[in-house]
Design a protein around this ligand. Structure first.
Ligand code: 7PM
Length: 269
C-alpha cells in the first residue's frame, strides 16, 4: 500500500488543480512501482494535530480519488474516520476504508456497512492530540489484540463480512518505542481467528511503520533519511505475518518483499 497524502502544505490548503494533478501523478507512479493499493489521506493524524472539517477533507480527497479511479484499476483506499467522507469516497470509486479510529466515530460504522467496501481497523490509544502523552499498557500485545477483536466483531455484527476486514496495531499511535517493538516482535499473536470462518482463517494484518519516529529512534535519522530503516521494518513485519504494508517508498519495499517471498516461499510468510 502506497501512501498518498493530500494534506495541506504551507502553500495551499488543498483543492487546487496543480495539487490534485501532482497527487494523481504520484499515485500513478506508485502503481508503476508495484503498489497494489493506494491510500489517499486528507486528514493529518500527526501527534498533536487538530481535527479537519469534513467538507475540507472531501475537497482534498475526492478529486484525487475520482481521477485515480478513471486511470487505474488499483485498489483505492481512503484514510478517513468520517461518515461523510466514507460515503463520498466510495461514490468516487474507493474500495477500502482505512480508519485509524477503527470506525469508532459517530456514524462511521453505519456508513462503511452501507457500502460494499473493505475496512482496515487500526488501534490507537487516545486521540492524535494526546496519544503520545505517557501511554501505558499492562500487556500491549494483549490489549491491542482484544481491541481489534472487539472492533472486528462489531463490524461483523453491523453486516461487514469477514472477508472485508483487515486489522492494524497502529504503530506509533499511543505507543512508546518499547510498545512498538513488542508489537512487531509478537505480531503473529494478532492473527485473530475469524469466528465461524475456515479453521485457520484469520483477519489480514496491515502495518504502517514507514518513516515513523520509531525508525528515527532506531537509526538516529531524520524523516527524510529513513528509507532503509523503513524497508527493513516492512520486511520484518511481513516475515512476522503482515499481509499489507503501508509505505511511502514503494519501489524499494516491493524489491525487498520480492526477495523475501522468493527465499521464504517454502513456508508461509
Ligand atoms: C504524521 C504522523 C503524519 C503520522 C502521518 C502519520 C497509519 C495509518 C497513518 C498506520 C494505518 C503516517 C501516519 N499511519 N493507517 N495512517 N496504519 N492503517 O506515518 O500505521 O503515515 S498516518
Amino acid at each position: 500500500m502506497g501512501v498518498l497524502n493530500v494534506t495541506p502544505d504551507s502553500f495551499s490548503d488543498g483543492g487546487r488543480f496543480s495539487d490534485i494533478a501532482a497527487a494523481v501523478a504520484h499515485g500513478l507512479s506508485m502503481v508503476q512501482e508495484g503498489a497494489a493499493i493506494i491510500d489517499v489521506g486528507g486528514e493529518s493524524t500527526r501527534p498533536g494535530a487538530s481535527p479537519v472539517d469534513a467538507d475540507d477533507e472531501i475537497l482534498r480527497v475526492i478529486p484525487v480519488i475520482e481521477r485515480l479511479r478513471a486511470q487505474t484499476d488499483v485498489v483505492i483506499s481512503v484514510d478517513t474516520s468520517k461518515p461523510q467522507v466514507i460515503l463520498a469516497a466510495v461514490a468516487a470509486g474507493a474500495d477500502l476504508i482505512n480508519d485509524v479510529r477503527a470506525l469508532g466515530e459517530e456514524g462511521a460504522l453505519e456508513a462503511a456497512a452501507a457500502t460494499q467496501c473493505a475496512v482496515c481497523l487500526m488501534h490507537m490509544k487516545g486521540s492524535p492530540r494526546d496519544m503520545q502523552a505517557r501511554p501505558h499498557y499492562d500487556d500491549v500485545v494483549k490489549e491491542v489484540g482484544t481491541f481489534l477483536k472487539e472492533r472486528a466483531g462489531v463490524c461483523r455484527a453491523a453486516g461487514i463480512t469477514a472477508d472485508r476486514i483487515a486489522i492494524d496495531p497502529g504503530f506509533g499511535f499511543g505507543k512508546t518505542q518499547e510498545h512498538n517493538l513488542q508489537l512487531l516482535r509478537h505480531l503473529r499473536q494478532l492473527a485473530i481467528p475469524v469466528e465461524d470462518g475456515a479453521p485457520s482463517a484469520t483477519f489480514p494484518i496491515m502495518v504502517g511503520l514507514s518513516r515513523k519516529s520509531t525508525v528515527g529512534q532506531l537509526t538516529g535519522r531524520p524523516a527524510g533519511e529513513r528509507v532503509y530503516g523503513s524497508v527493513a521494518l516492512a520486511m520484518l513485519a511481513a516475515l512476522n505475518g503482515a499481509r499489507i504494508v503501508r509505505v511511502h517508498d514503494v519501489g524499494a519495499t516491493v524489491d525487498v518483499l520480492k526477495v523475501l517471498t522468493a527465499v521464504m516461499c517454502e513456508r508461509e510468510i
